[in-house]
Write a protein that binds this ligand. Structure first.
Ligand SMILES: Cc1cc2nc3c(=O)[nH]c(=O)nc-3n(C[C@H](O)[C@H](O)[C@H](O)COP(=O)(O)OP(=O)(O)OC[C@H]3O[C@@H](n4cnc5c(N)ncnc54)[C@H](O)[C@@H]3O)c2cc1C
Length: 249
């Protein structure tokens, strides 16, 4: 934002040496990812690889090696670019954003946190201290895909899916979309239509027509709104089928 002269702060605070903001650790309910964890660290983490392999898959699309070595999880969440990978992952995985302010700690859901492009629900005097992810039990598969003009560019459109299969049926389906709305969104119409159906590609294909419901992407120099919309069912099919196959494996 400083590079684009969107903000010109009078003071910059380096949070790199504040204790307690780093590290990825198991907690009672899941995994805590410290605010200062870099994209590259998350991509290589064994805990995340075991429970959330979709994180490493998505991180491969974040910029380039130098960006992944420096950019942080919380920096990406707080920047709140609707095309960025972390906001989409948080929406997909029902992440809980740990915030600390003058009145103590609080947890924000993705719906509370992402307000508009580059705008979050953080109040003055608050900062993000961690992200919490809670794994699901059972046979779960996940997948992430995006389309960008060049490798490393921000996505024109991105999709993440999580599928839980039980007794040959789609017990739970989640589809999150990025780059096609002001904030990362869940395709609830698709999720509801598919849940409970047989775990087959035919079931998934039947729900794809609902995947662009309610989306209003904006035109940009990189892609028209119409083009972004046309990517949605294509990406949705790919991630849902791969996530289902992962759960069935
Ligand atoms: C060339 C280039 C390509 C990129 N490509 C991608 C891409 O493809 N996908 C992608 O997702 N990202 C991409 N990025 C963004 C990058 O991944 C970083 O996440 C992003 O630049 C934020 O960097 P940072 O973590 O250093 O945060 P900063 O730049 O330091 O901070 C970003 C914002 O968040 C605030 N902030 C940071 N940490 C906290 C905190 N703990 N609590 C409260 N507020 C906080 C800052 O005040 C600032 O407003 C790219 C960046 C560059 C420069």
């Amino acid at each position: 934002m400083m590079n684009f002269r969107l903000v010109q702060p009078k003071r910059l605070v380096d949070i790199n040496r504040i204790e307690g903001l780093g590290g990825i650790e198991r907690t009672d309910g899941g995994i805590r990812i410290g605010a200062l964890v870099r994209h590259a660290e998350a991509a290589e983490d064994a805990l995340l690889a075991a429970d959330f392999p979709v994180v490493a898959e998505a991180m491969a699309h974040v910029g380039h090696v130098a960006i992944r070595n420096r950019g942080t999880v919380a920096g990406s969440l707080c920047h709140a670019d609707p095309s960025a990978e972390w906001p989409l992952l948080v929406a997909l995985l029902n992440g809980e954003i740990e915030i600390l302010g003058r009145n103590g700690p609080r947890i924000a859901s993705p719906d509370d946190f992402f307000v508009a492009p580059l705008v979050t629900g953080l109040e003055d005097g608050e900062m993000v201290t961690a992200l919490h992810l809670r794994p699901l039990n059972g046979r779960v598969g996940m997948a992430f895909e995006e389309v960008s003009l060049r490798a490393g560019d921000f996505a024109l459109a991105a999709a993440g899916a999580l599928v839980r299969v039980d007794c040959g049926r789609l017990a739970e389906v989640r589809l999150a979309l990025g780059g096609v709305s002001d904030i990362p969104v869940r395709a609830e119409a698709v999720e509801k239509a598919l849940a409970g159906g047989p775990a087959t590609t035919d079931t998934i294909e039947a729900g794809l027509s609902l995947s662009a419901n309610g989306l209003e992407p904006s035109d940009s120099p990189h892609a028209s709104a119409g083009y972004r919309l046309s990517l949605v069912p294509v990406l949705a099919r790919r991630v849902l089928v791969r996530a289902m196959e992962g759960a069935l494996r």
